[in-house]
Design a protein around this ligand. Structure first.
Ligand SMILES: [Zn+2]
Length: 361
């Protein structure tokens, strides 16, 4: 019990973040006030709206895959009509109505799509879906390098002659060439540099005392060197940025879903990747542009740890008389400068303990 109480005191309740952010949709951008929750744990059960599309040639090939990652996206779609349900239906029907009467085919797919209203499940977790932009030609592969593990996390860069370096030691593996064509003409063809690497870096793992690198490619569309394994080896989640919704609540629901998927698939926090990692695309754009990725990962870590406590028989309840807080922890109003007042009740069998919090706004 003591360990759980300490974890909650030290990791679950923190300062309230209140910040104006910009939300990026392809139709419109808008300003939005982010107000974080009373806790980094969302006091809500996970539930799924099963809406599995049948196996088809467009967006569910029915190919079974191993899961090595969870890929986080946002829809980049701010239209107030384009909810999680809408995009789930688009996957299910393999089409969507772009404008009244203009129905277009939809070849994208993802395992899940999330907004305030719920989590929709569209493709079985162990099957390929088309969301990461990295194709399906390459299986997850680790290439052994000549660089011996020095006990540190491998930081990947590129040498002046175009080879990958790990912790400044040149490897025997060539980085993909930067190559772009326009109207059939080659416009760029050069040796890559470190700045061509996507900002989540390159897969680098130690196996049997040697650093290994994953399969990489140059994405001419996004002008970055990216990793393979997005479509073939990950579970894709779209988080909605729909105008008029509570964006932070969607992030928390998404974090809870990610924690569940990590747990179910024996993955770790390092296996949570942005879409950007697999293609160089600026996605999830709103989280990236507003600097919320590390915070999002913190939410996932807390959800994961709380999930493990729950598996060990603990249960958690948020209790409050403060009308500004919902029982799931969302803060509804920030008016007034009185501290937020609430309690978290932890119980296991007969044992019960309550922690009181007064958090200033
Ligand atoms: Zn994406």
């Amino acid at each position: 019990m003591k360990e759980v109480i300490n974890f909650i005191k030290n990791n679950v309740v923190d300062k309230i973040i209140i910040r104006d952010i910009r939300v990026y949709g392809w139709q419109l951008e808008y300003d939005h006030k982010i107000v974080s929750s009373a806790a980094k744990y969302l006091f809500e059960d996970l539930s799924f709206n099963e809406n599995i599309v049948e196996v088809n040639d467009d967006n569910r090939p029915g190919i079974v895959k191993p899961n090595r990652y969870v890929t986080v996206h946002d829809t980049g779609d701010a239209s107030h009509l384009h909810t999680a349900k809408f995009w789930s239906e688009a996957v299910y029907n393999r089409s969507w109505e772009q404008s009244p009467g203009d129905v277009v085919k939809y070849l994208c797919s993802y395992q899940y799509v999330v907004d305030n209203e719920g989590i929709y499940h569209n493709v079985p977790d162990n099957e390929v879906a088309y969301h990461a932009g990295d194709g399906t030609k390459f299986d997850y592969t680790l290439y052994k390098t000549n660089v011996i593990d020095d006990g540190k996390k491998g930081i990947v860069s590129i040498s002046s002659d175009g080879y990958y370096e790990i912790n400044n030691q040149v490897t025997n593996i060539k980085a993909p060439r930067v190559y772009q064509e326009k109207n059939g003409e080659v416009i760029v063809d050069r040796i890559p540099t470190t700045s061509d690497i996507n900002d989540q870096s390159i897969l680098c793992k130690v196996v049997d005392g040697y650093y290994h690198l994953g399969e990489t490619y140059y994405s001419p569309g996004y002008k970055k060197i990216a990793n393979r394994g997005g479509n073939n080896n990950s579970i894709g989640i779209e988080s909605c940025i729909t105008y008029g919704t509570d964006i932070y609540y969607t992030w928390q629901k998404t974090a809870k879903l990610v924690a569940y998927l990590l747990d179910e698939n024996n993955l770790t926090i390092d296996d949570v990747k942005q879409h950007h990692y697999f293609s160089g695309k600026n996605c999830p754009q709103t989280i990236r542009m507003n600097g919320f990725w590390d915070h999002f990962l913190e939410l996932v870590k807390v959800e994961l740890q709380m999930r493990l406590f729950i598996k060990n028989g603990y249960s958690f309840k948020l209790m409050t008389n403060d009308s500004r807080i919902s029982f799931n922890g969302r803060i509804k109003l920030t008016e007034g400068n009185k501290p937020l007042s609430f309690m978290i009740e932890v119980s296991k069998g007969e044992e019960k303990e309550t922690i009181e919090f007064n958090v200033s706004l």
